[in-house]
Design a protein. Sequence first.
Length: 57
Amino acid sequence: MNASTLINDQMTLEEKLAAIDAAMATAQATADDQAAANGTIAAPLDPADLTMCEGCQ
């Protein structure tokens, strides 16, 4: 996930936080669905993972 696609400099702090919360909820729902399909349990997502590039992870 690319943070620059979620937020920009023209957004207010509240808009940025709402966008991040929505992205985290979507990502967690996707992880939950995948875990349910595999018969496993999904762990909560680390919010820092949504702001790092894939190479930094």
